[in-house]
Design a protein around this ligand. Structure first.
Ligand code: ADP
Ligand code: MG
Length: 701
């Protein structure tokens, strides 16, 4: 056979052969030696602990026991024929049962023999027993019982199991493989980094992750491999950022000018929070360096991102540039337009709104004024990145609710100017820190972590269906105080028909409980035309209606400070981040606000945790952490292209500390050696030249 390498096809491994090789490829995508080497165990069985018979019950996992055979007996007929062994220790007696291989077991086990038993206990007819345990003769002189203290357990499939490739079978293959291949594994992380963080070498780690000597070695191996995964994602992200700042010059917003100052001193109706001031300072520093800004602005709902966006735009205008905001929905774009107009007043700067439903005549006027430079600020939806939209001098592009837009749409905004405009992307969907560092690791991040003063925390309660009358009573009471109420229904694609029926029934029930002329109701859902939606929205904004019944179209950005009650129907069906977004529609004025989560009586375990979390906390970051733990990164918006789904061992919900350390280290490396030219960084330089085995870096954007 040819010389062995890490990419030797798997069929050349002893014990594999053609047939099993096909199965390994099909079932586990294992094509080469290294593919199998990177098929890590998903858990380990602790073979260091021994249970006493008295402690054993059917709910335990695989366990081991030391005992003495009391008796053995073959009982039953035909199919039910089995060997039953009574095992005793100093705490009790239990049964071991074999249905197959009776003869063989019968030969090795005899009364009086001390054995080690390993298997999964189960309760049967009120008696605890273990079927088909592994057994070996107890030998106290042997240093270890069994050859491993932590036995690896591998993912397998039905097909593999039928062909001797269950976890045990895979373990056998790996025993051969590690011996052959571990010496071929090369280090990927520079030695000085390994030393600094006391990380074990890569060959050592890979061997130990399969066959750890003890828990301590396993921990060290896992830590090393997690670090490596996170380190290289950060290396890639931060190098992209570095390359970008080298490649693109940015517009220079050299001075704080007239408009900014006038707005600040005579138009701003409130004092900025410290967090808002800090973020503006960060933006100010970014935009005067002559390097393109790429900044993510995270701030919980209601934290006041709009005014930060506006003041940044005024900064652009003061320096002779145009600015734009792109929002994901028409309602939201209009909201921005109205609130910005309200903030700046008439004849201060030229602001226009451009959406899919802007009239042709207005559209033409907007296009012209953009080109001749008389228009300062454009607010809009996707319409804004369409081809006919040309700016004279776009210096700043802001994207609201960034996660709703793709990379491609971001790129289109870049191309709206010869020098790419500064980018500020805003999101109210709090992202766990770990995820933000990975998803947006190539962006600079600003956080508004403080709500404007005087806001009262929203009170949240969870009511069951049979408490509906109490909910109606509460609505009446708040409406009598002059407040407004949202009632939101889920509308989910998969069950759209049923959801629409629920919505209709809900509207009917509410109309009956809140009749005209005393009560007036707005209705907004996704099936309505933009104009109708807008009309209904405006009636609510102007307080012509007291109740807004809606589907989740109102989720993002809507701002009606007098609305102080949010009722969420079928709340158990919403995800945590969506619930939090919805709740953020209230609590925007000075009044005490409430969020009522209505649910059926039957809740899933996850549903229960979600609602409990909502009742317990208003902190968006805490909520997003819980969301990440419940759903994993794969189900969180925006993760598809980030590489986090390729993580084998690292867990963003748990490994925040390792990630932070890895990221800081990478930042330090690029500061000291931006071109990775130093001898000590040779491995990192190579990393960018050679595709890394087993990790699909091409998926990382
Ligand atoms: P979001 O971050 O969710 O986009 P907004 O920008 O819509 O939040 O702000 C929510 C509300 O808070 C608006 O009515 C806005 O005028 C108000 N607001 C923003 N900043 C402050 C502040 N520093 N003090 C008081 N109110 C503020
Ligand atoms: Mg907003």
């Amino acid at each position: 056979m040819a010389e062995i390498s890490l990419i030797t096809p798997i069929e050349y491994l002893k014990g594999v052969g053609q047939h099993k090789a096909e199965l390994l490829k099909k079932e586990l995508s294992v094509f080469t030696f290294q593919d199998l080497l990177y098929h890590y165990p998903f858990r380990y069985i602790d073979r260091t602990r021994f249970y006493k018979i008295r402690e054993v019950n059917g709910s335990l996992p695989l366990i081991q026991i030391i005992g003495r055979v009391v008796s053995k007996e073959i009982v039953g007929e035909k199919q039910a024929r089995r060997l039953v062994v009574q095992l005793r220790d100093d705490t009790g007696i239990m049964e071991l049962v074999w249905f197959r291989a009776l003869k063989w077991i019968d030969r090795i086990l005899h009364p009086g023999l001390a054995i080690v038993v390993f298997g999964k206990p189960s309760d049967f007819n009120g008696k605890v027993s273990i079927s088909h345990p592994e057994v070996e003769v107890y030998n106290p002189a042997a240093k270890k019982l069994g050859n491993l203290s932590l036995q690896p357990v591998y993912n397998s499939t039905e097909k593999l199991k039928q062909n001797q490739l269950d976890s045990k079978g895979i373990q056998k293959l790996l025993e051969n493989l590690t011996e052959l291949s571990v010496p071929l594994i090369r280090e990927t992380i520079p030695e000085y980094v390994l030393n600094k963080y006391h990380l074990i070498s890569r060959p050592q780690a890979i061997k130990a992750v399969h066959f750890p000597v003890d828990q301590q070695e396993l921990d060290a191996a896992v830590r090393r491999l997690k670090f490596e995964e996170l380190f290289f994602i950060q290396l890639k992200l931060l190098r992209n950022r570095l390359l970008r700042t080298e490649k693109f010059k940015g517009c220079v917003f050299g001075s704080v000018g007239e408009k900014f100052n006038e707005f600040y001193s005579s138009k701003l109706p409130f004092a900025l929070t410290n967090a808002q001031k800090r973020v503006l300072k960060e933006i100010r520093i970014d935009t005067q360096r002559g390097v393109q800004m790429n900044r993510l602005l995270q701030g919980d709902v209601g934290s006041g991102k709009t005014v930060v966006a506006l003041m940044t735009m005024l900064l652009a205008v003061d320096n002779g540039y145009q600015a734009c905001i792109m929002a994901p929905t028409e309602i939201l774009a209009r909201q921005h337009y109205l609130s910005i107009q309200q903030l700046v007043g008439a004849d201060f700067v030229q602001v226009e709104l451009l959406t899919g439903s802007t009239r042709k005549k207005d559209r033409k006027r907007i296009h012209e004024s953009l080109l001749n430079g008389s228009l300062n600020i454009l607010i809009g939806t996707h319409a804004l990145i369409e081809d006919p939209v040309q700016f004279q001098n776009l210096g700043l592009a802001i994207i609201d609710e960034q996660h709703r837009f793709g990379v491609e749409q971001r790129a289109k905004l870049w191309r709206k100017n010869s020098v790419p405009p500064h980018m500020l992307v805003m999101t109210a969907t709090p992202i766990p820190r770990t995820l933000a560092m990975t998803l947006y690791g190539d962006l600079d991040v600003s956080v508004i972590d403080e709500l404007p003063a005087g806001r009262k925390p929203i009170k949240t309660l969870h009511l069951y269906e049979n408490q509906r009358l109490r909910m109606f009573g509460f609505m009446r009471q708040e409406i009598a105080k002059g407040r407004q109420v949202y009632v939101v229904y889920p509308l989910i694609k998969e069950s759209e028909k049923l959801d629409l029926l629920h919505l209709e029934a809900g509207i009917e029930a509410i109309s009956r409980a809140f009749p005209l002329p005393e009560y007036r109701i707005s209705i907004v859902h996704g099936k309505m035309s933009a104009a109708d939606k807008e009309f209904e929205m405006q009636r609510f904004v102007k307080h012509e209606t007291q109740i807004m019944v809606a589907t989740t179209v109102i989720e993002v950005g809507v701002n009606v400070p007098n609305a102080s009650v949010m009722i969420i129907e079928n709340s158990e069906r919403f995800g945590l981040s969506q619930l939090h977004q919805l709740r953020g529609r209230v609590g925007r004025g000075a009044e005490q606000s409430y969020c009522i989560l209505m649910s059926t009586n039957k809740l899933s375990a996850d549903g229960k945790i979600r609602l409990e979390t909502m009742v317990r906390t208003n902190d968006g970051f805490e909520i997003s952490e819980t969301d990440l733990k419940l759903r994993g990164p794969g189900n969180i918006e925006g993760t598809q292209q980030s590489g986090v789904l390729d993580l084998k061992l690292a867990d963003l919900a748990q490994d925040q500390q390792i990630l932070q350390v890895a990221r800081n280290e990478v930042i330090g490396i690029f500061e000291a050696d931006p071109g990775l030219e130093k001898e000590e960084n040779q491995l990192l330089r190579e990393y960018f030249n050679v595709r890394q085995p087993g990790i699909h870096w091409n998926k990382i954007s």
